[in-house]
Design a protein around this ligand. Structure first.
Ligand SMILES: Cc1cc2nc3c(=O)[nH]c(=O)nc-3n(C[C@H](O)[C@H](O)[C@H](O)COP(=O)(O)OP(=O)(O)OC[C@H]3O[C@@H](n4cnc5c(N)ncnc54)[C@H](O)[C@@H]3O)c2cc1C
Ligand code: FES
Length: 257
């Protein structure tokens, strides 16, 4: 399907927010799902790139992205009025178990991208939001005002100490969980680098909390055909396709070691 670029704003060095007018996508996509974008009309790069949906507002769909290579560099040059080829929505998305009243959302860097859309939905369902955001430095802490506007309580961490707690975001999640503050009827949702997700999976297991993690892996087709995105399942010998069976998984379903 075609989407029209409304704007493409640089929020911080290397971080952009792309706003697309795309009614069919806006009306069908669920939090945690993703799209495969053809970032350029040219042959190179040939493959589409996967991106989570960051926010939906009416017919508008936003993508929050970090420039890391050729495709995202080309994306950062998209201008209002340009058309973009979009495949999606793809993947499964987040889900809310019955009885949950409080959600702990943990985002590492651009990993906050799918969590804002999910927080919008959780807010509509009157779920209390505790949002933990971490990065290497303050520039990596994204969408903070958007989470605040949803009434979320924010906890920040930077590895260089330029904002919030000085250290890793997993440290402040661990502190919160060990503080004895209520974790009854609480679920954990996270997206970020693999090491962070493995740590969060361990904490959720220790405190017996339901936990869903959105995995970020390199993808080629995005629709289950190439097996390029498989990860090891916790069932010995099994592999799962992140694009088709995910990208959101119950933490216990993945072999983290
Ligand atoms: C389901 C899903 C959702 C995603 N959502 C977002 C999002 O909302 N915002 C965002 O900024 N990024 C997101 N990503 C990651 C994004 O797809 C990649 O950053 C992008 O494809 C890189 O393209 P490139 O051409 O710029 O980089 P390339 O030139 O292809 O690669 C540049 C460098 O980045 C590494 N890289 C490429 N893809 C990934 C990846 N998926 N994970 C980790 N490292 C990678 C490469 O190994 C290389 O070192 C998502 C990935 C997945 C699988
Ligand atoms: S990216 Fe091709 S099977 Fe997942």
């Amino acid at each position: 399907m075609q989407a029209n670029v409304l704007d493409n704003i640089e929020l911080a060095p290397h971080y952009y927010r792309l706003s697309l007018h795309c009614p069919p996508l806006a009306h069908s996509v669920k939090p945690g799902q993703f799209v495969m974008l053809k970032v350029s009309q040219a042959y190179d790069p040939l493959l589409r790139r996967p991106f989570s949906i960051h926010r939906v507002d009416g017919e508008l769909v936003q993508i929050l992205y970090q420039v890391v290579g050729k495709g995202t560099k080309l994306m950062s040059q998209l201008r209002p009025g340009e058309a973009l080829d979009v495949l999606g929505p793809l993947g499964n998305g987040f889900g809310l178990q019955a009885g949950i009243k409080q959600a702990i959302l943990v985002g590492g860097g651009v990993g906050v991208a799918p969590l804002l859309f999910w927080a919008q939905e959780l807010g509509r369902q009157k779920i209390k939001l505790l949002v933990f955001v971490g990065g290497k430095n303050r520039v990596d802490l994204l969408a903070l005002d958007d989470f605040r506007q949803l009434g979320a309580r924010l906890y920040l961490a930077t590895e260089d100490g330029t904002a919030g707690y000085s250290g890793r975001v997993t440290d402040i999640v661990a502190d919160y969980l060990s503080s004895g503050e209520s974790t009854a009827a609480t679920a954990v949702f996270a997206c970020g680098p693999k090491g962070m997700l493995a740590h969060i999976a361990g904490l959720a297991e220790r405190y017996v909390l339901p936990c869903q993690l959105s995995l970020d892996v390199v993808m080629a087709c995005g629709v289950g055909a190439c097996m390029g995105c498989v990860v090891k399942s916790s069932h010995a010998g099994d592999y799962i396709r992140v694009c088709k069976e995910g990208p959101v998984f119950e933490a216990a379903r993945i072999a983290w070691a």
